[in-house]
Design a protein around this ligand. Structure first.
Ligand code: PMP
Length: 351
């Protein structure tokens, strides 16, 4: 608190990111990063830039990356927006597309950055309860609104909403922008990007932080009708002309080009998720079916906070939540085989 702060800053309630420990000897299963390194081609592409090009500004439009994404998703480059992590892309969306004069809608249990952006950009919102099984119910989004946003799969539950249900929401809200935040879509879901040519109100957001193992590089993007993308470009050019640096563009393009590496990493993470789910169920956990690179699980006899604390004493970090309805759940990122073995061993000692 300071008398030099604006009223605006006094009123903000910032997002608190998951812990990023400063020591290396922990098994870090708390912020849904990939347990595997990025493609070796990413490192080659970044090194080439470091040697030669860092004294020059990057391309303000990140055209090389837009072309690569447009090609992959069979879209035009004016249907692609890129930003410094999907958090920044989301910030531009709240600023430029969701700031209407009616409340926007998102699930009551979801990515906790959404209400933070609402506070920053003065966006009114209303939360829509998930059902008993933590599923989004499309019929509940049939209320007057200034826009809709939800992750698919949802976070922190990992539950996937089928494309059919997304279409129901789109059809029921032809005058609202519907944002599908697909941070975790590559771990078993089907992207709504294929619906873009039929729904001018659909915006799909994705990130390189999870399935492409580049959380440290900060690259995210949005796909949608050129009108929606143009709004985001206007916000971006009023904020930061060069959000993506040269290393980020080169690394992200190389990651897109190494499709076989990408597919093999996703397959491996899905296989490990299935193995961990089975183990947790054998130990008595209730596990929400996950289409993400994490599982969301609760134990009938032991409090989530106590399990998390006991794991921490064994150098394993997972997430738990102090929020109604989910305070008995742990969210565990899928690690390598060795990390998963260590987790299973620790849980057997604790339970
Ligand atoms: N959306 C969701 C649902 C997330 O969980 C995250 C990661 N915390 C993000 C967006 C942001 O990811 P990034 O900024 O690393 O692209």
């Amino acid at each position: 608190m300071s008398r030099f702060w604006s009223q605006r800053v006094h009123q903000l309630t910032p997002y608190v990111p998951g812990e990023q420990p400063k020591v290396d000897n922990l098994i870090k299963l708390n912020t849904n990063e990939s347990p595997y390194p990025p493609s070796p081609k990413v490192l080659e592409a970044i090194s080439a830039q470091v040697n030669d090009k860092l004294r020059l500004y990057p391309d303000p439009n990140s055209d090389a990356l837009k072309q690569s994404l447009a090609h992959y998703y069979q879209l035009e480059t004016n249907q692609v927006f890129v930003g410094n992590g999907s958090d920044e892309v989301l910030a531009h969306i709240f600023m430029g597309l969701l700031k209407q004069d009616k409340p926007i809608l998102f699930p009551d249990i979801t990515y906790s950055f959404y209400p933070v952006y609402c506070g920053l950009y003065d966006v009114e919102y209303q939360t829509v309860p998930l059902n008993e099984e933590f599923a989004i119910q499309p019929a509940d989004y049939q209320i007057d609104n200034g826009g809709i946003i939800f992750p698919n799969p949802n976070a922190p539950t990992g539950r996937l909403l089928p494309l059919q249900a997304i279409e129901q929401i789109l059809q029921g809200n032809p005058n609202s922008v519907v944002v599908v935040d697909e941070a975790y879509i590559d771990f078993g879901g089907e992207s709504a990007a294929q619906l873009i040519h039929r729904y001018p109100n659909l915006l799909v957001v994705q990130t390189f932080s999870k399935s492409r193992a580049l959380a440290g590089l900060r690259v995210g993007f949005a796909l949608g009708h050129p009108d929606l993308i143009e709004a985001l470009e206007r916000v971006k050019n009023s904020f930061n002309s060069y959000p993506l640096d040269r290393l980020a563009v080169a690394g992200a393009v190389a990651a897109m080009e190494d499709e076989s590496y990408f597919e093999a990493s996703c397959d491996k993470i899905i296989a490990t998720r299935n193995r961990l789910t089975e183990f947790l169920q054998q130990q008595g956990f209730q596990v929400i079916p996950s289409a993400a690179n994490f599982v969301f699980a609760s134990h009938p006899d032991k409090a989530a906070a106590d399990i998390a604390q006991a794991l921490r004493e064994r150098a394993i970090i997972v997430r738990y939540f102090n929020k109604p309805r989910i305070d008995e759940y742990l969210r565990i990122t899928i690690g390598t085989d060795a990390e998963t073995d260590a987790l299973c061993q620790a849980l057997m000692e604790i339970l």
